[in-house]
Ligand binder design. Sequence first.
Ligand SMILES: Nc1nc2c(c(=O)[nH]1)N[C@H]1C(S)=C(S)[C@@H](COP(=O)(O)OP(=O)(O)OC[C@H]3O[C@@H](n4cnc5c(N)ncnc54)[C@H](O)[C@@H]3O)O[C@H]1N2
Ligand code: MOO
Length: 418
Amino acid sequence: MTASRTADGPAPHGSQTEPGSLRAARTWERARSIARSCAGQPLPAVPRTLADALGHALAEPLVALTDLPPFATAAMDGWAVSGPGPWRLGGAGVLAGREPGPLGPDSAVPLATGAPLPAGATAVLRHEHGAADTERGLLHDRSPAPVPEGQDIRPRGQECRSGEPLLPAGTTVTERVLGLAAAAGYDRLTVHRRPSVELLVLGDELLAQGVPRGGRVRDALGPLLPPWLRACGAELISHERVADDLAALGEAVRRSPADVVVTTGSTASGPVDFLHDTLRALDARLLVDSVAVRPGHPMLLAELPATADGRARRLVGLPGNPLAAVAGMVTLAEPLLRHLGGHCAPEPVQLTAGSALPGHPRDTRLLPVFTAGQKVTPLPFDGPAMLRGLALADGLAVVPPGGVPAGDTVDVVELPRR
Ligand SMILES: Nc1nc2c(c(=O)[nH]1)N[C@H]1C(S)=C(S)[C@@H](COP(=O)(O)OP(=O)(O)OC[C@H]3O[C@@H](n4cnc5c(N)ncnc54)[C@H](O)[C@@H]3O)O[C@H]1N2
Ligand code: MOO
């Protein structure tokens, strides 16, 4: 069935109409580009503590608030020495976190890795390379070669200078970014608000536990999608099962406060596929109503009426077949969510087909592949209702109509990793 309003009328170049359907399919590339551009500007910038910033995108470049290291430090446990040696041994050692006094000429003082270097020190003699003569109060150099000036000293500003840009805006805040931000002096980061997402899983045939029975199957998307949505930078505010019922679906979508409602199932034209009817009843605007991609062609993207306070809302309809739903994730949900959250969008990487990659005669095909070096190999069990190939895959090859011969390059969308 068709929904009442589409964003722009006739089928665009390169698209086709499904047999038995009046929908104008978008090309895969065009569908991704609409998903990105319909987001408009990323969500507003907000301050967050480091712990709360994880998974957001930086709204401003990360600029060093200090030199790193902030002062010259010892790179090894041993002695700070002044001159070529032997040295007069000083008394109290320098620990990391302490401010040392100056070191006189031809003197040495014990110090720990990370300790600030005393003024006047010319090098660090490693513990294993020094012989302390405590009776005479002398330190001798037993290094394999004479210790050059600057040996095992980390100079101030070796990694960066205060004010130097370290990471661009749009960088996803990972645990590694948190470490760098803390080292560079940050207590809070300015990040984009994360898009809120409500996940509505449709299908009365779905079981929440146990083995399939009585004509019913397990809900595979309920466990699969939430971590994936979070990996796209979303804040999952609700995850619900909704009955195959027009009124129930309409009510769930209408009252959702989420920036993006993600539904699974009900995109096609079965007796209880109510998504298009629901969108029509809500006067939603269809931006993408099926895509020339296999699996997943009934996927859709719609603009819902805004919230009472004027916030835009979108809906991504993922098909029910699990691999088709994954295709909808990478085609529509991921570009939309990443753009709303202000994340730099990862583009497909170009790799080489290790063997022939079978294609669809007219549509793009998303094929689960395994990567070894620069080569990708297709995985078996790649049907729309199957997850066995996907579970082993590290990417989805974007196979153009007709397929890709062995040895040719192919775009690959990388899958989230743990
Ligand atoms: N006459 C036509 N029929 C269908 C077409 C078509 O063009 N014409 N397209 C087919 C394609 S392609 C797909 S994909 C599906 C999409 O169907 P829906 O989005 O309406 O999804 P459902 O009918 O609800 O379910 C389809 C299939 O997937 C199973 N399913 C649903 N949700 C889950 C879940 N969370 N976990 C595991 N499995 C799930 C469901 O039981 C069905 O087997 O339509 C085709 N039909
Ligand atoms: O989108 Mo469907 O059968 O291609 O899964």
